[in-house]
Write a protein that binds this ligand. Sequence first.
Ligand code: GDP
Length: 520
Amino acid sequence: MTLQNEIKKRKTFAIISHPDAGKTTLTEKLLLFGGAIRSAGTVKGKKSGKFATSDWMKVEQERGISVTSSVMQFDFDGYKINILDTPGHEDFSEDTYRTLMAVDSAVMVIDAAKGIEPQTLKLFKVCRMRGIPIFTFINKLDRMGKEPFELLEEIEETLEIETYPMTWPIGMGQSFFGIINRKNKQINPFREEEMLQLNDDYELEAEHAITEDEAYQTALEEFMLVEEAGDDFDKEKISNGDLTPVFFGSALSTFGIEEFLDTYVDFAPMPTARKTASGTEVTPTDEGFSGFIFKIQANMDPKHRDRLAFMRIVSGKFTRGMDAVLARTGKKTKVSRATMFMADDTETVDEAYAGDIIGLYDTGNYQIGDTLHGAGGKKVEFENLPQFTPELFMKVSAKNVMKQKHFYKGIEQLVQEGAIQYYKTLHTNQPILGAVGQLQFEVFEHRMKNEYNTDVVMEPIGKKIARWIENEEDIKESMNSPRSNLVLDRYDNQVFLFENEFATRWFSDKFPEIKLYSLL
Ligand code: GDP
């Protein structure tokens, strides 16, 4: 098969949601459909109870397969679909955001009873910034939830995106009858086998007791309203991420999944191009192999330094044992150990194509954001991955003052690698760490001890609103206060750490001449 045909078959998406909305369950059902697994319950060593965050290393080991479950490939309708998990809960970190840089579309799972929740919103914003298509699966229709119109309105208002329901629910909870499929004018009944066909006037072709049902009549009226007054179906808006196709279903009951997949493969993009540092674009069908690393899974086994670097292939074809160049250093390496992830095991990769995600065994050579390209081919270096605005901060120092050198070397490496962000106080140069999730601090502490032989003392500063400054030259010392604390980032840019929203607003009112901005 030609390179072009292989690439055309690929669809790579991230699944985003707030914890407990049903992300794992939906992933599992998608894999079942794709024939990648034979029975449910194999995707994740699902958390049994709560772990203290400091147990993260143990947790990783106990789960064991958490690496394999973070990227998976399955086949559907002739397509090769790569699904990337975006870890939440205590696993939430910058990696979660960076995963969204490696995909071409996103699937947002919403719990029908809860609507849009905070983590969904955060991840959604990053998808929106990238302008990638977003598909919405409203889950748990087998339970009582919010009314469908209320949910659509919430999506439209909170997320500022148009909606286009591809299916429409008839009732919910106990009285959930099924979904109307807008594409083929069929009703897929929740508790019956046979599909029910509707005619052009949306009447059931064959007689059925449900027509007498009030829930059915209401649903039909609502559906007609959506048909007449709802947003128009617009392919281009979907591709730009301005309109989201919406599906209703129940992941747990494997219901509404096929309707979703059918539309997904029709409208999700094939692998898309990526920008280089010099502003040019690398398209997937470019002959030469290239890719970038967006996540590094630290040593799973504390006895070894081995890590797994996750790479998104941007162009061409990867072949096992190929010679590749690490753009940052210009060094040539033979890439012989790479894996790809199936639901319940990992496989050695012999070949992979643009759009695919592969795991490279790493003994410490790779950093987040690194580019690899085929030796002998064109030199490629992708633009930096974005930095995200941290929300949590910790003062940090070495427990043993004799270990300063190790301490700073460790910090430098971990910061470069993208594990954590580094700041310092203005005059005293007290190191401060910034993160988007608590897990990043735990990982930092653990790796400092194990890899840099340094015990650290961490003192939480808590949640802060970090704002960078456009016109640094106008900053005056007097603007620095405990509620608007001025610090330096790793590039020596000045950053305000505001106590809360109120302090941020107060500052902007008092010093309107200072132009503040946030990273993503
Ligand atoms: P995640 O945290 O988003 O990965 O959510 P899970 O997939 O682990 O689901 C959270 C809980 O919701 C589990 O107890 C699931 O069994 C349950 N769940 C998932 N999908 C459905 C559904 O369609 N209906 C109902 N009633 N429960 C569901």
